[in-house]
Write a protein that binds this ligand. Structure first.
Ligand code: GLY
Length: 364
């Protein structure tokens, strides 16, 4: 490399670092103050609160991130993560998760794991006790058995009823009879109201939790956990356990992750891309917007586009910098049911929800 080119690159890197530092001195919104910060998807309000509490006690950022996410994994009312998650095509709950630890630059993940409600804990053991990064299916289960995890039934009654209703309505040509619409179970109805489905053959999915955390020293960690797309083909792996897609953490720069349609994220390695954009000096929020624009640009199949040629699915990115700046962006400003796109954040000022930036307006 010539001296001039090297100098040019060095000064570009210095300028990006200066831009980050200058922004870090500004007060909120968007963070950048001193003290620990945790950011997550909107279902993680209690998770970020817990994570920051642990960071304030001096705990490791990954330990804090996982402890936060475990709250959502344990909650049967969150049907997109852990216990109570919506099952796959066969009615079996299969979970994906990953963890990434900034200070050691190590990661662990599991995919299509059955019978463990905290896949993030198994992912951490993959990271800490094996030479591997990702274990899947029966291999992940055998690894969990070896580590003493009990085989739990993750399918709650509500999730079973939702699955059965979907199965009964799936095809007019199979041997299942469609249940009479006036006999709709209240739990199934509540589920339909929440996710806004009008056609059970084309189910819309939502949920997953991503959480990124930084402690007062600037050490980072990231963690993502999900039960994946509703009624997915058994063995389907989404973006959540894919390092560089559902989560990526670089201790020199920041941490990022996503929720929403995993297939779209895998195709652009969104978590990694968000961190690289932050490395170039982008604010976390702007990095998330740019990743979503990349996804919109690369989504070309007609079946995935709406009448205006926009992505016909939801996806959100969350990012946090080493200096504590944070931001999130969603493809749309609101869900199909009109719920505003938000994320959860906690810092020494407390835990709260804030609005995501967005690329498109739902009603335009
Ligand atoms: N982002 C979660 C999934 O696609 O499984």
């Amino acid at each position: 490399m010539s001296i001039t080119r090297r100098k040019l690159l060095a000064s570009a890197a210095a300028a990006a670092a200066l831009a980050r530092a200058a922004r870090a001195q500004k007060a909120a919104p968007g963070g950048g103050g001193s003290g620990p910060v945790a950011i997550s998807s909107s279902n993680g309000l209690r998770a970020v609160e817990r994570a920051v509490q642990l960071l304030q006690e001096g705990r490791d950022p990954l330990e804090a991130a996982i402890a936060g996410v475990n709250i959502v994994e344990d909650d049967p009312n969150d049907m997109t993560v852990g216990y109570g998650g919506v099952p796959n095509y066969d009615g079996v709950v299969q979970l994906d998760a990953c963890v990434m630890h900034g200070p050691t630059a190590r990661a662990g993940a599991v995919a299509s794991l059955e019978g463990v409600k905290n896949p993030t804990r198994v992912a951490k053991l993959v990271m800490e006790t094996t030479d591997h990064v990702l274990l899947v299916g029966p291999g992940a289960r055998a690894f969990a058995d070896a580590n003493g995890f009990a085989r739990e039934n993750l399918l709650t009654e509500k999730a079973r009823k939702v699955w059965l209703y979907w199965r009964q309505n799936l095809s007019a040509t199979d041997k299942w009879l469609e249940p009479p619409p006036d006999k709709l179970d209240p739990e199934v109805k509540a589920f339909i109201d929440q996710f806004g489905w009008d056609d059970f053959r084309k189910p819309r999915s939502g949920g997953t939790i991503h959480l990124s955390a930084v402690d007062a020293r600037g050490d980072l960690a990231g963690c993502t956990s999900t039960s994946g797309l509703f009624f997915k083909i058994p063995g389907r792996v989404g973006d959540s356990p894919i390092i560089g897609a559902g989560c990526f953490t670089d201790n020199e720069v920041g941490s990022a992750g996503s929720t929403g349609r995993g297939e779209a994220n895998i195709l652009v390695s969104g978590g990694h891309l968000a961190v690289e954009l932050m490395r170039q000096g982008r604010h976390p929020k702007d990095a998330c917007v740019e990743v979503l624009r990349r996804i919109a640009h690369t989504t070309r199949e007609k079946r995935l586009l709406d009448a205006q040629g926009r992505p016909a699915f939801g996806i959100t990115f969350y990012a946090l910098s080493k200096s504590g700046e944070y931001g999130a962006a969603s493809m749309y400003d609101a869900s199909p049911t009109g719920k505003r796109a938000q994320f959860a954040v906690a810092d020494p000022r407390g835990a709260r929800k804030e609005d995501c930036a967005h690329v498109f307006q739902r009603r335009s």
